[in-house]
Ligand binder design. Structure first.
Ligand code: ZN
Length: 586
């Protein structure tokens, strides 16, 4: 979200001042073990601790489920904050105000103001649509026909966008710029002729609120049978379909004790269920349920029921939801699938049978494991050896995405029973695909030097991550930069970054490359820990790496020259360079 870029130096400094051990220990009690701290992982269910925190790197890692990161990542994951909120929370705990960039790469104060205005604009539009509903008999009649009560219309702030192409444009042109109206998704600008017009015309309007209750977008429904039946706001700086759930805010507001959530397909399902007393329904916004959705839901409740129409589209949507749910399975959290009778949706069903019968049907909802097996069974014929092999192949493809949980153990047991294949064979099959995640070691030092030494570049990166101040022993790395050795770009960038910010630590370095191609290799190399902290030894190791890298770069260049000499021949300058390279070969 573009709420003002926080200066990079501030984030570096924050991560130097904050202590990841303190941050985590305040939420999950840690035990000291050697140079590190451990605990049972707060992100997956386990009995023996595989969650490890390194004070020197300011970095945590779980060898069970693979979560990892800095104090900021921890706050994001554990308290479900976005990046900026995590920065604010961490800075707040240290009593430091968060500065915002005035100009340059980040948004200016004016831009920040505009982003804030986007929320105000959407809220103003929401009020406008609600007001319009009062003087729109056809829209009121539509809602009456759908048998929505006044109370429910108010709870969900349902409104109406009147007929006409420029109602929003005219109403808001005094308070907001045209660009803001376009940025909010309320107004469309045609590419061909730059003509602007209202996105929503003659539609019932459903405001979509984020988890803080701010309006971030709208869904608009036609009154008749025209197509498209629904229009959703486009993705904007404040609206991301993959992470918003319609009705989630209202569900938390209107349910006394929220202990389960039911996920349905549309706005009207959420609203109809609420009207009949099922106030805990949410809907995704024209997307499949994402892992981000599930993460949010599981933070709020232990049980999520996916409710699907009984038709084919419903079944397909259910399988996609299952695929996205598998990596999110946790012991103590339940996912179930409820299929309505063919031809019914939650809206029609609850009107037909009422709240009690609707809720009673939850007992017949299929568990995630049962649904998983049922679907695979439909696809493969396990009475033949070949079918069984394909069945297990498909199963293990999904199982490898599943964290080690009791749910997984149960699933393996059921698969074993069904296929008459020993459970050990099944687990092995799963583990083979899943080697990296399942290594049962507890220490950062478990990557031996030899393993990381595989290439001198990787080893050099690991050394710099374990102690960025070693950068002072590096001079003249142009040759490495120019070489096309794998990883040389990562190493060069790392060296330059540390030289620019000598105080930086490993966690802050990692934040620099969040969501980039360098993130994964950095995390991998960060897990390694030198066996000594003797600076002289580390310096020698690093210089040895650099010498090897230069040598390898030299060799590559010589090979190229030889190839060129044999094919097109070398010019004078190249001949000289070739001689130089050969002289410096060691
Ligand atoms: Zn874990």
């Amino acid at each position: 979200m573009a709420f003002g870029r926080v200066p990079r130096e501030f984030i570096d400094d924050l991560l130097v001042r904050a202590d990841v051990v303190e941050v985590i220990n305040a939420r999950v009690p840690l035990k000291k073990k050697g140079r590190e701290y451990t605990a049972c992982c707060p992100f997956h269910n386990e009995k023996t601790p595989s969650f490890t925190v390194s004070p020197s790197k300011q970095f945590y890692h779980c060898f069970g489920c693979g979560v990892h990161g800095s104090a900021l990542s921890f706050l994001m994951e554990y308290e479900h904050l976005d990046f900026i909120e995590a920065i604010e929370s961490l800075a707040d705990s240290l009593g430091i105000p968060v500065p915002r960039e005035q100009s340059g790469k980040g948004p200016s104060q004016a831009q920040l103001q505009r982003a804030k205005n986007l929320f105000t604009l959407l809220e103003d539009a929401n009020k406008y649509y609600q007001l319009q509903l009062k003087s729109a008999p056809n829209a009121i009649e539509y809602l009456n026909n759908r048998e929505l009560s006044q109370k429910i219309i108010q709870r969900f702030n349902i409104g109406y966008a009147p007929v006409g192409w420029d109602n929003i444009l005219k109403t808001f042109s005094n308070s907001y710029s045209e660009q803001q109206l376009i940025d909010s998704g309320l107004v469309i600008q045609k590419e061909e002729n730059n003509k602007k017009y209202d996105r929503y015309r003659d539609r019932i309007m459903f405001p979509i609120r984020n988890r803080k209750g701010q309006v971030v977008g709208f869904g608009g429904r036609v009154l008749g049978d025209e197509k498209p039946k629904y229009i959703n706001s486009p993705e904007t700086t404040v609206f991301h379909k993959g992470s918003e759930l319609y009705g989630f805010y209202e569900a938390r507001l209107n349910t006394q004790k929220l202990d389960r959530i039911i996920v349905v397909e549309g706005y009207m399902d959420v609203i109809a269920l609420a009207q009949f007393g099922v106030s805990y329904a949410v809907a995704t916004l024209g997307t499949a349920t994402t892992s981000d959705h599930l993460k949010q839901l599981f933070r709020a409740v232990p049980e999520v029921i996916f409710c699907f129409d009984g038709d084919r589209a419903g079944r397909e949507a259910a399988w996609r939801a299952l695929e996205n749910a598998i990596p999110m399975t946790q012991d103590g959290k339940e996912i179930r699938f409820l299929f309505l009778p063919d031809g019914e949706d939650p809206d029609t069903q609850i009107r037909k049978i009422g709240k009690d019968a609707f809720e009673a049907a939850y007992d017949q909802a299929t568990s995630l494991t049962a649904y998983f097996i049922e679907k695979l069974n439909e696809r493969f014929n396990i009475t033949s050896d070949e079918g069984k092999a394909r069945f297990l192949g498909e199963a293990s493809k999904h199982l490898k995405n599943m964290p080690d949980t009791l749910i997984k153990d149960q699933l393996l047991a059921r698969l074993a029973k069904l296929t008459n294949v020993g459970i050990k064979t099944l687990s092995r099959r799963d583990l083979i695909n899943n080697e990296k995640r399942s290594e049962p070691s507890l220490s950062f030092s478990r990557l031996s030097n030899r393993e990381v030494r595989q290439t001198p570049i990787r080893y050099a990166v690991s050394l710099l991550l374990s102690d960025p101040t070693l950068v002072k022993y590096i001079d003249n790395f142009e040759q490495i930069a120019l070489s096309e050795l794998p990883g040389s770009d990562l190493l060069t960038t790392l060296i330059e970054t540390i030289q620019e910010s000598p105080q930086i630590n490993a966690a802050a370095l990692l934040e620099r490359w969040r969501n980039t191609e360098f993130e994964a290799p950095l995390i991998h190399l960060m897990k390694w820990q030198p066996e000594t902290d003797d600076e002289d030894v580390l310096r020698c190791e690093l210089q040895d790496c650099l010498r090897q890298i230069r040598k390898r770069a030299n060799e590559i260049k010589i090979e190229e020259m030889i190839h060129k000499a044999r094919t097109t021949g070398l010019n004078d300058q190249e001949t000289e360079e070739y001689a130089f390279l050969l002289r410096n070969r060691d």
